[in-house]
Design a protein. Structure first.
Length: 581
């Protein structure tokens, strides 16, 4: 094998639209933030728009992909930031993707409702969606766009589900929810409020039924004293507060749990006048299902957090007075691969409490039939998750419903490959920009519901967006033109990003499985850029004297009419075998 015979593309084609398994796997490795987002939001796309000050385009990208940009910009669990390449060791901090998303909603010029265009014309099919929370609204909007008539049924007197009932005002102003719910409904959904839906009747009058009622049944642990007055689950507590009630909770409040429900309960308790609020969580701090911003908010509001502590019993006579707890240590992995934590004998202690709140999750109540023409969307199918997980699941269910109704798969995924560009426009100075810090409003007794996070200014949002590596750009070395001067290796700031290899290994479907490192000049046949290590700094492109390192932009298209690929399926089949995991 000689270098003149080699042109080893990562993708299945050099231009146009591709949808092979190797293409989706390559995109997964190259753009980890978009893959980590359950809704597969085009994160590089909207950050590029914000970097140019184009907040309208950034908002529209989010609206298309995740339905509730202004809401998610405030309360998303931001799995994208966890995998952001910029946040890897030695590269700085991850991009503040969530707050940038919020900026797109805050600063867009055109604030009238945006009604997304239909994907297909009217199908003649009618679908009932039960539950007007995030899963139901997402399902209904997307089914409408696919041409189906949708009746959306909600037992309460307003849509929004847990966005309205379970998230405090100081995290999510209600006008944000109202605007984006109305925007979703505007595609043509027929909303029925105050209706307890009957599955048997809906099956008679509709071609399909999607049950999207969430996980609404609170789970209290089976502990002695859990039925004492003053002991309650966090979700009903949050609902009461969000209805305007002010429950009497006393001076000392203990919260059990490590997710947003637990944290929200603790922060509300402070706003209701509790002087001593403590959170106990049985696992480690890194396993808590909250963001670093929420962690900082706890400290700022005087709420203490203790991890590796589990409850044993609630104590009291006519009302809870104490809670008995014990320390824990990491144990074995469970069947799902999650670390269990075991009680440490002899470490029991008690804490005084006027109220004990359990933020320990909810379970779904499912209908008797869950087979087509009945489908489950969101937390009623998966169990209690996050808002963005719910949206992502609902979008996948929509595909299944559409295929059932139409008898064939009409939409799929593909990847567009842009033309070769001389430069992405990024410079190394951009990589050194520090992560922007947004302003916060301190808790005050006279304004307990004031929104705490103030978001970015326009200038901050643009600066933060510029930090994005723009990982959708794929850099490849054309080894037919390479003169093996190694100037790209010298210029590259990331060790092992550009590697001298003797051969590239691929599987039967062409997926890149790794490479054989060259041992010396005698088998140095290729130079390869590792897409997982590449930070898209452009330095190799600038250093190459023969211009043999083209950069091309990849664009992931989801729910595209007639597209051949299925991203989720392809990635599920390849991720375990990939050298990048």
């Amino acid at each position: 094998m000689g270098r003149g015979d080699i042109k080893d593309n990562m993708l299945s084609a050099a231009s146009g639209t591709v949808a092979a398994a190797r293409d989706f796997d390559q995109f997964r490795v190259s753009v980890p933030c978009q893959f980590a987002c359950p809704a597969h939001t085009d994160i590089p796309g909207y950050l590029a728009a914000i970097a140019k000050g184009d907040y309208d385009t950034a908002y529209r990208i989010n609206l298309r992909d995740n339905v509730f940009p202004g809401v998610l910009g405030r309360v998303c669990t931001q799995p994208c930031e966890t995998v952001c390449r910029h946040g890897r060791e030695g590269l700085g901090e991850s991009v503040a993707i969530r707050v940038a998303k919020r900026a797109a909603a805050d600063f867009r010029r055109h604030t009238d409702p945006i009604i997304l265009e239909p994907i297909f014309s009217a199908s003649g099919k009618r679908v009932a969606v039960v539950g007007a929370g995030p899963a139901g609204l997402t399902t209904a909007r997307e089914l409408c766009r696919l041409g189906h008539a949708v009746d959306l049924y909600e037992k309460d007197d307003q849509p929004g589900g847990l966005m309205v009932q379970g998230i405090p005002l100081f995290r999510l102003p209600r006008e944000i929810i109202a605007h984006e719910v109305a925007q979703a409904l505007a595609v043509g959904i027929k909303l029925h409020l105050g209706v307890s839906a009957d599955l048997a009747e809906l099956r008679q009058t509709h071609d399909a039924v999607v049950w999207a009622t969430g996980a609404q049944d609170p789970v209290l642990p089976d502990l002695p004293g859990a039925d004492l007055p003053g002991v309650m689950h966090g979700l009903p507590f949050l609902r009461r507060v969000n209805r305007g009630e002010k429950p009497a909770i006393g001076r000392r409040v203990v919260v059990i749990g490590g997710g947003f429900t637990a944290v929200d309960c603790a922060r509300i308790a402070r706003r209701l006048g509790a002087e001593h609020v403590r959170i106990f969580y049985r696992r480690s701090e890194v396993e808590m299902y909250i963001s670093t911003d929420e962690m900082d908010a706890l400290a700022a509001e005087g709420i203490t957090l203790e991890t590796r502590v589990m409850p044993l019993a609630c104590l009291g006579d006519s009302h809870v007075k104490e809670i008995r707890l014990a320390r824990t240590v990491p144990g074995e992995l469970d069947a799902h691969g999650r670390r269990q934590y075991d009680l440490v004998p002899g470490t029991e202690f008690t804490v005084a409490a006027d109220t004990v709140l359990f933020g320990t999750g909810q379970r779904p109540i499912r209908p008797a039939s869950t087979q087509p023409p009945v489908f489950l969307a969101g937390d009623v199918a998966t169990g209690s998750t996050s808002l963005i997980d719910t949206i992502g699941h609902a979008k996948r269910v929509v595909r299944a419903v559409d295929q059932f109704l139409m008898g064939a798969r009409r939409i799929g995924d593909d990847i567009g490959i842009g033309p070769v560009v001389p430069s992405t426009g990024r410079t190394r100075e951009m990589d050194a920009i520090p992560r922007q810090e947004m302003a916060l409003v301190a808790l005050t007794p006279d304004q307990p519901d004031a929104e705490v996070e103030q978001g970015f200014t326009r200038e901050q949002a643009m600066t933060e967006a510029i930090r994005c590596y723009q990982c959708q750009y794929l850099f490849e070395i054309d080894n037919r033109r390479c003169i093996y001067c190694d100037m790209c290796i010298t210029a590259c700031p990331v060790p092992e990003c550009i590697v001298k290899v003797s051969a590239v290994h691929r599987d039967a479907e062409g997926r890149w499985q790794g490479f054989q490192r060259a041992t010396g000049p005698q088998d140095y046949n290729l130079l390869c850029i590792d897409p997982d290590l590449c930070i898209r700094c452009d330095l190799c492109v600038k250093a190459c004297p023969v211009h043999c390192i083209p950069a091309q932009e990849m664009a992931f298209h989801q729910a595209a009419p007639g597209a051949a690929g299925q991203f989720e399926q392809a990635v599920a089949n390849t991720a375990k075998e990939s050298p990048h995991g």
